[in-house]
Design a protein around this ligand. Structure first.
Ligand code: GMT
Length: 370
């Protein structure tokens, strides 16, 4: 099949996932045509067979305070659908992509599927300034999927969507992210744990809670380390907090890294303390590497983490609870191994590429044969 894919090309889980899905579809003989305003970051440095990128050009004009991106995107979707003879469009993150696809279908008649990821439902999609058109573009889609039951439920409740939404969780590359020994000679070789957190440093991640937790942890485990991978708007505030709490020797900021599997190979625990999440890729990556996770009991996280079985769930905004679980894992390598093995088994059972990609191709078959 020839699939037009639209996503945010920059760093963000929905764009990363959409790009990985496109690459996997291409490996399986489909054509993936990305229609975006920039080459997606996840394929920045590499070309793949059957993967194409079509850039949306948005005309600047002095009259515009807000250039009409949705119109430009819809027009490019229309143009590429005809030029490449696409079978369907798959848009990731509803805002404003499903609206552009809705407009394009008015002209091409080709179906579109919209995948809901997170704030396109929970924060922005239900805001009064976007909701009527966002909801209409989803109600009228040929198929709607959500990456967690939580997001599907929220779409029904907050966006008022009445149609069926299929839940297809995100996948992780379990061959790339797998249990492996640490190969970094400079890694923490003390008896205390290395904790890893990976994010785009947005406020929703509440990294400050993890810093306060580390302030408690290091009182009992002075060589415990926190590795913060990624970059974003909160980074300076978090760096300042680390300085204020005198945690400079325990906390490392790596910036964006392409060797995340290596970093996880030298980690003992993955923590995610966000205010909300759907199916966070970073949790799946840590679990796939056989690491126990400590994560807030919010959004779609409890659909992945079974408390005390493959990780620990902690209440939101509760640094003490995070610290308690990290210290428990620090003190008990057997517990780390038991939860980590179960985490890897969870991934192999439910979140591998093969288990997820075919669920999308089934949706494509259904909407193109209708
Ligand atoms: O919704 C967002 O805040 C952004 C979105 C993104 O593009 O990064 O993240 C969401 O989608 C990811 C991919 O499915 C999930 O891994 C994240 O959990 C989800 N984030 C939130 O719900 C906050």
């Amino acid at each position: 099949m020839k699939i037009g894919i639209t996503c945010y090309p920059t760093v963000g889980g929905s764009g990363i996932f959409a790009t990985r899905l496109g690459v996997e579809l291409a490996k399986r003989g489909h054509e993936a045509h990305f229609i975006t305003y920039e080459r997606p970051v996840a394929i920045q440095d590499q070309d793949y067979e059957n993967v194409y990128v079509h850039l949306v050009s948005v005309v600047e004009y002095p009259l515009f305070k807000y250039p009409p991106y949705t119109v430009a995107l819809g027009s490019e979707m229309f143009r590429i659908t005809g030029q490449q003879d696409l079978d369907l469009l798959h848009v990731h993150y509803a805002l404003p992509h499903s609206t552009a696809a809705f407009l394009a279908r008015e002209i091409t008649g080709k179906p579109y599927v919209a995948t809901l990821h997170g704030s396109d439902v929970t924060i922005l999609g239900s805001d009064a300034s976007y909701m009527p058109v966002n909801t209409l573009s989803l109600e009228r889609a040929d198929a709607v999927t959500a990456v967690s039951n939580f997001i599907a439920k929220e779409a029904h409740e907050s966006l008022g969507i009445s149609r069926e939404i299929s839940v297809i969780p995100n996948f992780v590359d379990s061959d790339r992210f797998k249990p492996a020994p640490c190969t970094d000679p400079e890694a923490n070789n003390s008896n205390d744990v290395t904790v890893t957190h990976i994010s785009n440093f947005r406020p929703v991640k509440r990294i400050q809670d993890l810093i306060y937790a580390m302030n408690i942890v290091t009182k009992k485990a002075p060589n415990a380390r926190l590795v913060l991978v990624g970059n974003g708007p909160e980074r300076h505030r978090i760096e300042k907090l680390v300085d204020e709490l005198n945690l400079g020797n325990n906390v490392e900021f790596t910036g964006y890294r392409s060797d995340v599997p290596n970093l996880l190979g030298c980690s003992d625990v993955v923590v995610l303390c966000s205010e909300t999440e759907s199916t966070p890729l970073t949790l799946l990556e840590g679990m796939s590497c056989g690491l126990p996770v400590v994560a807030t009991e919010v959004g779609g996280i409890p659909e992945i983490v079974d408390d005390g079985v493959n990780g620990f769930l902690v209440p939101l905004k509760h640094p003490e609870a995070i610290a308690e679980r990290i210290l428990e894992l620090n003190a008990d390598p057997g517990l780390r191994k038991r939860l980590g093995d179960a985490a890897r088994a969870t991934v192999m059972d439910r979140y591998t590429i093969d288990k997820i990609v075919c669920q999308y191709t089934e949706v494509y078959e259904e909407i193109t044969s209708a």
